[in-house]
Design a protein around this ligand. Structure first.
Ligand code: ZN
Length: 345
């Protein structure tokens, strides 16, 4: 308002001085931002190189251990029993409490002897609207027979490791996802009727895909139409003392790079004694169907050993698969590796 009687040339000199000052200020600000951004990049590079320094919530193996005890308290979670129904309700309740979008799939599947049994898959999703997804899954049912025991019997096993341990790691992961929302979408899938294959003591062994029935159903009927994920991780028998997780053959066939990344994450966290770089034979587990039917490159984190003829730990499909076999150190190794993989994905 006051500039009306100001001489035009004085005005223009003043203007050019102020433009010069502004340019100088911009240059100083630009250099300052550039230095900051270089420092930030350096920091990001080190974070990406080593997951041990990654900002992520802390996995609690005490909590995961309690989740195993709570599942076992229902009794063996055999399809068709009240324990199955109660345990499915428990998962649904817990997962809703941990802020997940929960979808429960209820159906019936035909087992090896032609009988139909109820099957309940529980799916918990975080950030359902995000396109980039990682899927983690585990079967939660108990085998109805102890057919690998020295004196095999047709009584259900408690399945603390072969079932409850994987589901417990997923539940603790859900609890931590609620604490710190990841940038990617996560689906945690509790798969039913994995372990109702024909007992080995029966003479007339039938040919067919009688294991992983809940997974086969989910692959053909995903909880949302056209569901897919960038990668999948199956957790099976992830809670026993002195467990070793190896480069299992089917996983290495469909997702070798991802498997090596997960093993590297584990090593950087100090769990190289659990996640060993050793190749083991291909096995038919839930991940086989997820790779071949759902076409999601999925790895199996499963306890494998060269010490037994079967390649599975001694307690596998026996009554020794109870709470005494569970180790918090193993649960910690798997759980921490899962969180590092999620927050570094
Ligand atoms: Zn099993």
């Amino acid at each position: 308002m006051k500039s009306t009687n100001q001489h035009p040339s004085i005005f223009s000199l003043e203007k050019s001085k102020s433009i010069f000052k502004s340019i100088k200020l911009c240059l100083i600000l630009f250099s300052f931002c550039w230095i900051i951004s270089c420092k930030q990049n350096q920091k990001n590079e080190t974070t990406e190189d080593n997951v041990s320094t990654l900002v992520r919530p802390a996995f609690s193996s005490d909590s995961a251990y309690t989740f195993i005890e709570q599942q076992l308290a229902f009794g063996p979670r055999v399809p068709g029993t009240t324990a199955q129904q109660k345990c499915a309700d428990y998962f649904e309740r817990k997962l809703k409490n941990y802020g997940a979008n929960v979808i429960t799939q209820k159906t019936n599947v035909y087992i090896y002897n032609g009988k139909s049994v109820p099957c309940i898959n529980v799916i918990a999703s975080y950030n359902p609207e995000v396109k980039r997804r990682l899927m983690l899954c585990a079967h939660w049912d108990s085998r109805p027979f102890a057919d690998q025991a020295d004196s095999a019997v047709a009584t259900p096993i408690m399945a603390a490791d072969d079932g409850a341990s994987g589901a417990a790691v997923l539940l603790e992961t859900a609890r931590q996802l609620q604490q710190k929302n990841p940038i990617i979408g996560i689906d945690l899938i509790f798969l039913d009727v994995e372990d109702y294959g024909q007992p080995e003591y029966e003479l007339n062994q039938k040919q067919g895909d009688f294991y992983c029935l809940g997974t086969q159903y989910w692959c053909k009927n995903p909880h949302v139409p056209n569901y897919t994920a960038e990668n999948g991780i199956l957790l099976d028998m992830v809670g026993a003392k002195d467990a070793t997780f190896t480069f299992e053959g089917v996983s290495m066939m469909y997702a070798p790079m991802f498997m090596k990344q997960v093993w590297l994450n584990a090593e950087q966290l100090g769990f190289g004694n659990f996640f060993v770089r050793e190749n083991t034979a291909q096995i038919i587990d839930d991940h086989y169907y997820i790779n071949t039917i759902a076409k999601i490159p999925t790895i199996d984190i499963i306890n494998r050993t060269h010490r037994t003829a079967s390649g599975f730990a001694k307690h596998w499909h026996t009554h020794d698969d109870n709470i005494n076999i569970i180790s918090k150190q193993t649960l910690q190794a798997v759980g921490e590796t899962m969180l590092a993989t999620i927050y570094n994905f």
